[in-house]
Write a protein that binds this ligand. Structure first.
Ligand code: N01
Length: 847
């Protein structure tokens, strides 16, 4: 059977080199690595085509784990070319002394799980076999070229090259008639590089691309040294950024800007390179088709400015997919190449390529003759490199069968049914939009920690559960569906560039901070969603997030927001007020203010008398304001045709218990007496609150009953009920998402100010709940107060109170104030609307 190893690593690119170092040198494991190429470098070993270079700045497109490596290498260009990147990886391999762990020119042909021995059996194309407890695949996502669909390539009498397996010797194109098929990132780099070398260059384009200037330039010697020495400050904050590079944050939504402002911002980032045009311009271009069209048209304008022949310019302008729905390419003089008399553009959308002939290329309308054909037709992305490992998991499960309907994975790191197989940057990982070296280091670090845990605990099998994979798949798909990416056609992002390949979400589009936070949470809770020796740990809350809530959380993390429970009082208040930016604006209407008690009265333009909602804002009794409640109150008034009275109350800790409950009850009493003067019906008052405001509403309902004030209903939006409640949700969501148990406890503490706990603070402690107004209780799946609120709903029902309970999956505490970013908040308004309408009916019936 050959040798046995702790770990087999496959691949010697960015991932493989670091994985070997990490597993061998840091974990002290016995590691054997295989690489099909003749040396290290991965994609940079294979893709030697003219013009190949990176498009994240080299200072960022490099390892970050070692101070010595970062200080020791100087990049000669802003965006280094392939030879320099390969030299860098060779230098790193020598520094880490990892070459000796590899067998080069050796391809893994089959990888079979032996369940009895809990190990993998790995066969290679040199006829050897070995076994390993763990396999770590570092085969990369873009490492297997797409099989060209053109028949006849073997008959071509000239030279035929694939960009992804370009010869190691120089290829001389001078004086030759050259064809390039494909205008993705690769094709564009080749075309601009060889345009001046070939005698005739014919580009076969099926889909034009939105290419923007790379902004490459040489870096002088002094600057190179400075960059290496100041890597820490240059790279600071990279991992908090959505794509893992500390580019400027965007300037809000494009649709909120004037055309001139948009132009100014697009101009600013147009030729600065990297992904700035996508991530530093406007926040909505990737999410909103209309916003996207503003940047798409800007790029088309720039193309038209640069290409002299209007017909050629029109062909080069993409019109069938949104900007960045396909991976955006970068260029240097690409469009100007088409102004050269010997460069020709052929549209193969209208006349597709039918065959490669002995003398050239035949399309459905014409034959062309060439000396050289260059295929830049892309890759069978993410799945094919893994399928080529010949993987069979538990019970002989073939990866092909497992993935018949598209790839599945948990975090992109493991595939259910394939124990002890770890994948670096696999399908549904964050790598497609996350700077590769950092994404790679994160994945390797996660896997290394998992291996260390398995080894320490003598765990024989470590595997993702099917349930976790499903949840992860839902999150990946849900997030992608919030972007314009599914509107692309034929993109490898969706697996659509390969005929017959399943259309699916091939990557996690939630950005680096969210991906990292999820991975950290999973590890922190003992590898939630994984089964260790077949004992599975629950799927952590962040994996169960509603996709829009997840994205919002990701952008909060990207703003390096401190955890809520680490904020001081002023900071908590500022965060609460900042939630207004996350709300949909409320409709215009008449608003009256009264001073005693302090309140705002929202009066929709309807014939009265109208039902009345008395609303108490949230904010943990220590923050929040009438301003925070303004947009929700306008919407509640508008949607329910109701007078809404937004009542002020004094905040703790300056005014602790019972100030807030006294104020809110006083406001309710005032409304009962005076609301008819504003067109409201005092017989149809619904008391309502959000979060701490919901607690105050529940207490106000009890006080109203006791004081003989008739209420038509009470709406409790995720109310905290009792600080001493001992519930599962308090434990499960103690660390969030977003709202934590620690901040909840701090808020309760400030509110009570040491007072004895009574029913005036914890309504479930009332001596009786009978006779209270009908209740609607809205709860959120991922919220510490979920269970106490649901228990309270149960107690109300037991006391004979009509109760509706509506739980919203995937949402966290506070979302009611985040309506602009979490579309499902509208379901909460709909639920309230139905309830308020019922309250009306009940009163009408009673009347
Ligand atoms: O591949 P692609 P790529 N007839 O799939 C065309 C990374 N990368 O190698 O769009 C005619 O993007 C196809 O046309 P269409 C980067 O992540 C990075 O260029 O399917 N044409 C398209 O024009 C990138 O996204 C760098 O209509 C056919 C092209 O071939 C990824 O690699 C540099 C065809 C394929 O474009 C892949 O880029 C290079 C057919 N039958 C690559 N089949 C950096 O700068 C395919 N095409 C870091």
């Amino acid at each position: 059977m050959g040798s046995h190893y702790d770990v087999v690593v496959v691949g010697a690119g960015f991932a493989g080199l670091y994985a070997v170092h990490k597993m061998r040198d840091e974990l002290g494991l016995d590691v054997q690595a295989f690489e099909a190429a003749g040396g290290v470098g991965g994609t940079w070993w294979w893709n030697r085509y003219p013009g190949a270079r990176c498009d994240f700045e080299s200072i960022h497109y490099s390892y970050s784990f070692s101070e010595e490596i970062q200080r020791g290498w100087e990049w000669s260009e802003r965006f280094a070319g392939q030879p320099e990147i390969l030299a860098y990886l060779e230098w790193v391999a020598d520094k880490l002394d990892v070459r000796r762990a590899f067998r080069f020119n050796t391809r893994v042909t089959s990888t079979n799980w032996d369940d009895k021995a809990a190990r993998w059996i790995i066969c290679t194309d040199d006829g050897a076999t070995c076994t390993a407890r763990f396999v770590v695949s570092c085969v990369g996502g873009l490492s297997v070229a797409k099989e060209p669909e053109f028949p006849g390539s073997e008959t071509f009498r000239g030279e035929l090259y694939r960009t992804s397996s370009w010869p190691h010797e120089p290829v001389d194109l001078t004086g030759k008639r050259v064809a390039v098929i494909g205008t993705g990132s690769t094709g564009i780099q080749v075309i601009q590089e060889i345009a001046n070398e070939a005698a005739e260059l014919t580009v076969f384009q099926r889909t034009p691309n939105f290419a923007a200037p790379l902004g490459n330039e040489p870096v002088d010697l002094a600057q190179r040294r400075w960059n290496a020495e100041h890597h820490a400050e240059l790279r600071a904050g990279s991992r908090q950024h959505m794509i893992g590079v500390p580019y400027d944050p965007p300037s809000g939504p494009a649709l909120a800007a004037t055309p001139d402002e948009r132009r100014r911002i697009f101009d600013k980032y147009w030729d600065r390179g990297g992904f700035r045009l996508l991530v530093s311009t406007f926040s909505d271009v990737i999410f909103n088709q209309q916003a996207n069209e503003t940047i798409a048209e800007y790029i088309r304008e720039r193309i038209r400015e640069r290409v002299k022949d209007p017909a050629t310019a029109a062909l080069l302008c993409p019109t069938d997919h949104p900007y960045a729905s396909k991976r955006p390419p970068f260029e240097t003089g690409y469009y100007e190449a088409y102004n050269l008399p010997h460069v020709h553009l052929v549209d193969v959308r209208s006349a597709p390529i039918e065959a490669i002939t002995p003398t050239g290329v035949r399309t459905s309308s014409k034959s062309y003759e060439f000396d050289v054909i260059i295929l830049a037709t892309g890759f069978d992305v993410f799945t094919r490199p893994l399928l080529n490992l010949g993987l069979r998991g538990r019970d002989g499960l073939k990866l092909e069968d497992r993935w018949a309907n598209g790839p599945t994975s948990y975090l992109g790191v493991q595939i259910a049914g394939f124990p002890n197989l770890f994948v670096i940057n696999g399908p549904k990982s964050a790598v497609a939009l996350y700077n590769v070296p950092l994404a790679t280091e994160d994945n390797v670090n996660f896997v290394a920690a998992a291996l260390a845990r398995a080894i320490a605990d003598k765990t024989a099998t470590f595997e993702a559960t099917y349930e976790a994979e499903e949840a992860w798949g839902r999150l990946c798909e849900g997030i992608l569906n919030l972007t314009v990416i599914p509107h692309s056609k034929g993109s490898w992002y969706m697996g659509e560039n390969i005929p017959g390949k399943a259309r699916a979400a091939y990557f996690f589009a939630g950005g680096a901070p969210l991906y990292r936070a999820i991975c950290a949470e999973i590890a922190h809770v003992g590898y939630g969603g994984f089964a260790l020796d077949r004992v599975s740990a629950p799927i952590p809350p962040m994996v169960r997030l509603d996709p829009a809530a997840a994205l919002l959380l990701g952008s909060m993390l990207a703003r390096v927001m401190k955890p809520l429970d680490e904020l001081n009082l002023d900071e908590v208040r500022a965060v609460a007020e900042s939630l207004r930016e996350l709300q949909l604006p409320g409709p215009a209407m008449r608003v009256e203010t009264v001073e005693a008690p302090r309140a705002r009265i929202y009066i929709p333009d309807r014939a009265g008398p109208l039902p009345v909602i008395v609303f108490y804002h949230g904010g943990g009794w220590i923050s929040g304001s009438l301003d925070l409640a303004d947009a929700p109150c306008r919407r509640l008034a508008d949607e329910n045709g109701a007078i809404v009275v937004s009542a002020h109350y004094r905040l703790a800790p300056e005014h602790s218990f019972p100030a807030a409950t006294d104020d809110t009850f006083a406001a309710l009493s005032w409304v009962w007496k005076h609301v008819s003067a504003y067109g409201g019906d005092p017989g149809r008052i619904v008391v309502m609150g959000e979060s701490a405001g919901a607690n105050l509403a529940a207490v106000a309902a009890i006080r109203a009953r006791d004081a003989g004030i008739p209420l038509a209903g009470q709406v409790l939006i995720y109310p905290p009920i009792d600080p001493e409640a001992s519930t599962a949700s308090r434990t499960e969501f103690a660390d969030g998402p977003f709202f934590t148990r620690a901040i909840g406890e701090k808020m309760w503490g400030a509110y009570l100010g040491g007072a004895e706990l009574t029913a005036l603070a914890a309504p479930s402690r009332a001596s009786s709940l009978a006779g209270l107004a009908p209740a609607l209780v809205l709860t959120l799946e991922l919220d510490i107060s979920r269970d106490e609120a649901e228990d309270y709903a149960g107690a109300l029902a037991s006391a004979g109170v009509p109760v509706r309970l509506h739980r919203f999956d995937g949402l966290f505490h506070g979302v009611f104030n985040m309506s602009a970013f979490i579309p499902r908040v509208r379901e909460m308004y709909a639920s309230i609307g139905e309830f308020v309408a019922t309250c009306k009916e009940q009163i009408t019936e009673a009347a």
